[in-house]
Design a binder for this molecule. Structure first.
Ligand code: ATP
Length: 437
């Protein structure tokens, strides 16, 4: 039987492996399910995605500051947050093929989607990974790998307020690892057991919360357009009563149309004063805020924006991926926004002689302090362009015979495939404008 046609996702997975974006974790040992490693190009892309978020959410705003809290936290944090009691997913097993599913993801309740067999009753499964702190493995030393970064922000709210001269309304942003022992993992890096989150918690006066909620919704949608994601492929999904988390007064997801359907990319939640009140109660400390202007005291409400780094990367890869049928062959291109492209420019000598490699190396040395660039002198220049197209390099700079005469090079644009000639001395400013807008 012929192999089935690979789907877009299969092609992306294969490209990611082949070109060093993403590998299966512990591959030489047969792989560890739902854990992934980022290779040389993947790590550059990931770093750029995180920088883009950090600049947008923290650096460009006066009312948001950053934080980097520890992954391990006092176990009481997770009692206060409700995770010990309620961070569960409903789990069912097939009695026939023994496969395990998240009950809310089974299309026909009671019937196994794989073999049609009968399912067990639903059991609640806690998604937190447990481990032990110190040398004694007893219940007193249990700690959890954080399932979200948000709680690190809540427990530091007082510290940040006292040390940063911020006043409500203000926010705290954080990027970091989170761990969930997901029952089913799916679709490459879409749902994994170890992942990274980019979260921002914005503290506001009760009563102004819905206004802030709306403004953050708007801001976050604009962010994805600025990141280069096709706006026609993003939409809001409002959580109905049955979907709302126990802490939320309102929640919207930003969804993206992945090759496997519309799925959540980011959650925007109005968490009310639930979290701070719970920490007040469990830690026995006052987390209220005194407004010196209005002379009022209150526990702030929190508007949360919570995005996954890995999920954003999958979205970017899917959105950027294109196979173009050209006259002689197929061109595979990743149309990354220049700001997040792992390599900003390929640098090629047209031939390996006449001093061209030396000039190309000088250009490399000139750009390297500012941008990730890649020098390549092997094979026909057309093939070198294609290799860079496939990994999303927006520009290719070629040194040719004219360079020797007038210190100009060609700069080829990945998307239009057009070349323009410019002075070597203009390259840094050109790239700066294209990358930073
Ligand atoms: P779901 O209902 O799909 O399990 P969730 O609503 O519990 O997800 P949140 O707790 O709102 O997800 O997490 C915020 C963001 O963190 C998500 O929008 C997603 O981008 C990311 N995220 C959550 N779980 C995972 C995971 N297992 N793998 C990768 N990213 C994740």
């Amino acid at each position: 039987m012929a192999n089935p046609t690979p789907t877009t996702l299969d092609k992306i997975i294969s490209l990611c492996r082949r070109r060093g974006f993403i590998f299966q974790s512990s591959e030489i040992y047969g792989g560890l399910n739902a854990c992934y490693d980022y290779g040389p190009l993947g790590v550059e892309l990931k770093r750029n995605v995180k920088d883009f978020w950090w600049n947008w959410m923290v650096r460009r705003r006066r009312d948001v500051v950053g934080l980097d809290a520890a992954i391990l936290m006092a176990p009481r944090v997770w009692e206060a947050s409700g995770h010990v009691a309620g961070f569960t997913d409903p789990m069912v097993d097939c009695k026939v093929c023994k496969r395990r599913f998240r009950a809310d993801m089974v299309p026909e309740p009671g019937k196994c989607p794989e073999c049609g067999g009968q399912m067990t009753d639903i059991r609640q499964f806690n998604l937190m990974f447990k481990t032990f702190m110190g040398a004694v493995e007893d219940s007193a030393s249990v700690v959890y790998l954080r399932p979200e970064t948000a709680q690190g922000i809540y427990v530091n709210y007082r510290n940040v307020l006292d040390s940063s001269r911020q006043k409500v309304p203000f926010g705290i942003g954080q990027i970091g690892k989170a761990f969930r022992n997901e029952i089913t993992t799916e679709n490459f890096i879409f749902r994994t057991r170890e992942f990274e989150q980019m979260e921002m918690q914005f503290f506001v006066k009760p009563g102004t919360d819905m206004e802030w909620f709306e403004s953050w919704k708007e801001d976050r949608k604009n962010y994805y357009s600025a990141l280069g994601i096709n706006p026609a492929k993003t939409r809001f999904h409002q959580h109905g009563e049955d979907e709302l988390a126990h802490y939320a007064a309102a929640a919207f997801d930003i969804q993206y149309e992945f090759p496997f359907g519309w799925k959540e990319l980011e959650g925007i939640h109005n968490r009310t004063d639930f979290d701070l009140k719970r920490h007040q109660e469990y830690a026995g400390v006052d987390l209220s805020y005194f407004d010196e202007v209005t002379r009022e005291r209150y526990v702030p409400y929190i508007i949360e924006t919570s995005a996954g780094v890995d999920r954003t990367m999958l979205c970017i890869l899917c959105d950027a991926f294109e196979e173009q049928e050209l006259e002689k062959d197929t061109r595979t291109v990743l149309h990354f926004h220049p700001a997040i492209a792992p390599v900003k420019a390929g640098i090629f000598p047209l031939v390996k002689k006449e001093g061209m490699p030396e000039i190309a190396h000088q250009i490399e040395a000139m750009l390297q302090p500012y941008y990730a660039v890649f020098y390549d002198e092997s094979g026909a220049v057309g093939r070198r362009y294609r290799r860079q197209d496939e990994v999303g390099t927006p520009f290719c700079i070629t040194v040719d015979t004219e360079t020797l005469e007038n210190e100009t090079v060609t700069v080829r644009d990945r998307d239009t495939m057009q070349q323009e000639r410019m002075k070597i001395a203009e390259l840094t400013a050109f790239l700066h404008k294209k990358i930073n807008g």
